[in-house]
Design a protein. Structure first.
Length: 173
């Protein structure tokens, strides 16, 4: 028969140092996982914004094909339907996924339109993205703001798409 040897009470369990090392390692792993998850959420919301802008742009181009002019900003109320002369171009214009930000529609004096939105992912360098934002047409210092009216924080417009000849000036560093 095999006899089990009992350890002294001083040899039982883990030392405080071993426990602290395990707790620190778990904390580092948790922070890495959380950071990756948060970045994935930002990228997901940005992809949604870009898809929304593309859908709105297509609706505006259909409007132009029917009417030979782009709609004025009063026709585009995000969250409402987009229709003109009885024709529905979008049942409901999408709204930004953030509670503080909104899409922006701008029509310049040359008849070109611009759709702008914010971007959360600071590493995004895809076409149409300027991490420093875009200057308001005719300005070299004022940037477009995509904040909802009455929002507590500011949302800089960092992404745009628009009519074929539309071109905005990216803000410098």
């Amino acid at each position: 028969m095999i006899k089990l040897k009992r350890k002294n009470s001083s040899e039982q369990g883990f030392s405080l140092l071993e426990l602290m090392i395990v707790i620190i390692l778990l904390g580092v792993l948790a922070s890495l996982i959380t950071n990756t998850f948060v970045n994935s959420l930002k990228k997901s919301r940005d992809a949604r914004r870009k898809a929304d802008i593309k859908e709105i742009k297509n609706a505006i181009e259909m409007f132009y094909a029917d009417n030979n002019f782009y709609p004025t900003p009063t026709y585009l109320n995000f969250g409402s339907s987009f229709e003109y002369n009885g024709k529905v171009y979008m049942k409901k214009l999408p709204q930004d996924v953030s509670s503080n930000c909104s899409y922006k529609y701008v029509l310049d004096n040359e008849g070109e339109f611009y759709l702008l939105s914010t971007i959360e992912n600071t590493q995004d360098e895809s076409p149409g993205v300027s991490q420093n934002g875009y200057y308001v047409i005719g300005s070299s210092s004022t940037k477009y703001d995509c904040s909802k009216s009455g929002a507590s924080s500011s949302c800089l417009c960092k992404f745009y798409d628009g009519s074929p000849n539309a071109e905005l000036t990216p803000a410098g560093n």
